[in-house]
Design a protein around this ligand. Structure first.
Ligand SMILES: *Cc1c(COP(=O)(O)O)cnc(C)c1O
Length: 481
């Protein structure tokens, strides 16, 4: 028998093994609650993953067993209902199955005449509809919002300076381009300033008001000051859902200001943009429909498995101009496999790309936007209820207003920063819940972001109970020495 290809000699055997692997993952998802949210990886397990490059193959059942024993139990735990750290999506069984189909098809969705490109265009069409963008606007799947924000910077730069910037770069250019965002902007924005060549010194971090939203008067002042100094303000980034407390900048006001000052208006809506799916909360992102570009993730509140970021751009020509290139081996045809122009690779830096659109299509179709929106509504309600409980307990203190699904609070006590840092680590190591931390003002906060569709009231009650228990334990110990 010829086994020079990598396909199995015995398909029946592989099929049976494949079914076992599928069953294991479905069991895992069905019984998530029985596991710790997170647990540290034992040194012994790490040591298995320090082996030399394999020259010979290993039977698939052995590899599957190693995955089950070494990898699956020691992931970060974001599928678990007790995970509330950072902003992580929970994923769904439907998304997992769709990923399997996409992997089997092994489509390269950089371009050419194929249905996977059409599936991606369907999502672009839906996003135009959701955000009230024009029929001729453009969109593309990317890894995440970090990448989408960086791409938006590139597109805005090309729109401002014209296509010559592709040849000349920024160095020879007389205009010194300045970008504005609030102090609460995500760390990927300074990074994008760096990577885009604009430089972090061209980013003005505008103070926030007491609701942690960008202070519009300070923005106007900063733009006026820069114009006086001969700089060229060109881009304002509004955040829909700041990563620390979940604040939403006043997008309507920002849109009006940008229109008046002729500035590109970009929205980092990594998780908050999907508030549009929640009927009671949708108005919180009013004004987003006036943005020039929106970056957001399906893999956070959208519950699509990682990774699935998205960039929507109002001005298709500027978007395509930024990325399309005339390489001979990418020539288009009217007919045949090389048809179907424009291609996704004309709208981003990636040529070879996976089929992120499929798991997103399955998720949107299988659950419908009403159910997905209800998850967003409910996670915000859970956060509000939790905040009320924090207010009612004298030992606890709320550190920021709860705007959406994020609660920042702490246990009172001497050396509160130290105390709360210890509580968070102890909670994580207990396996009961995984919150993270942030700094509010100068205080270390325990930070919960309720993103997972599996999280229920009881999960938050368990976390609250543990925080009080640990706080009591640690402060009493402190008293005794
Ligand atoms: C998560 C997040 C990002 C980064 O998105 P990735 O998908 O992790 O790259 C950017 N901005 C905000 C506000 C975020 O919450």
């Amino acid at each position: 028998m010829d086994n020079s290809s990598l396909d199995p000699l015995d398909w029946d055997e592989l099929r049976a093994q494949g079914h076992r692997m599928l069953d294991d993952m479905l069991d895992h998802l069905q019984h998530l609650r029985d596991r710790p949210v997170w647990q540290p990886t034992p040194d012994e397990v790490r040591q298995h993953w320090n082996s030399p490059l394999p020259l010979q193959g290993t039977p698939l059942p052995d590899l599957h067993a190693q995955f089950m024993s070494d990898v699956l139990p020691y992931a970060v735990g974001n599928a678990h209902p007790g995970f509330m750290g950072w902003v992580h999506g929970g994923g769904t069984p439907v998304g997992m199955l769709a990923e399997m189909l996409a992997a089997g098809l092994n489509a390269n969705v950089g371009g050419r005449d194929q249905m996977p490109v059409v599936v991606e265009r369907q999502i672009v069409q839906w996003m135009r509809e959701l955000y009230g963008f024009p029929e001729d606007s453009s969109g593309i799947f990317v890894t995440g919002t970090s990448q989408a924000n960086l791409m938006a910077l590139w597109v805005a730069r090309t729109a401002r300076l014209g296509p010559e910037v592709k040849q000349n770069g920024l160095s020879g250019h007389p205009q010194h381009l300045i970008v504005y965002a609030s102090k609460a902007v995500h760390g990927c924005i300074p990074q994008a300033m760096n990577l885009s060549g604009l430089g972090t010194r061209a980013l003005r971090l505008i103070p926030v008001n007491d609701r942690f939203e960008m202070d519009l008067e300070a923005l106007e002042q900063a733009v006026a000051d820069d114009r006086k100094k001969g700089f060229t303000p060109f881009l304002v980034i509004g955040t829909a859902g700041t990563v620390d407390v979940g604040a939403v900048d006043d997008l309507n006001q920002l849109a009006r200001f940008c229109a008046r000052e002729k500035l590109w208006f970009h929205v980092d809506g990594a998780f908050g943009a999907l508030l549009r799916l929640s009927p009671p909360l949708s108005t919180r992102v009013d004004g987003i429909e006036s943005a020039d570009s929106i970056a957001f993730d399906f893999h956070k509140w959208g519950q699509v498995p990682y990774d699935a970021g998205f960039l929507l751009v109002r001005h298709e020509a500027a978007h395509r101009e930024t990325f399309s290139s005339p390489a001979a081996y990418l020539q288009r045809a009217q007919h045949g496999t090389a048809g179907g122009s424009p291609w996704p690779c004309d709208y981003g830096p990636d040529l070879s790309r996976g089929f992120r659109a499929l798991k997103t299509w399955f998720t949107l179709k299988a659950y419908g936007t009403e159910r997905l929106g209800a998850v967003i509504t409910r996670t915000c309600q859970l956060a509000q209820t939790f905040a009320e409980r924090v207010r009612a307990v004298p030992a606890l203190e709320l550190l920021a207003p709860v705007s959406l699904n994020i609660v920042c609070f702490r246990h009172r006590g001497p050396q509160a920063d130290d105390l709360n840092a210890r509580i968070v680590v102890a909670l994580q190591e207990s396996g009961v819940a995984v919150p993270s931390t942030t700094i509010i003002g100068s205080a270390l906060a325990i930070r919960l972001a309720v993103v997972n569709h599996r999280t229920r009231q009881g999960d938050l009650d368990a976390l609250l109970h543990q925080v009080l228990h640990l706080g009591h334990q640690f402060t009493n110990k402190e008293d005794s020495h």
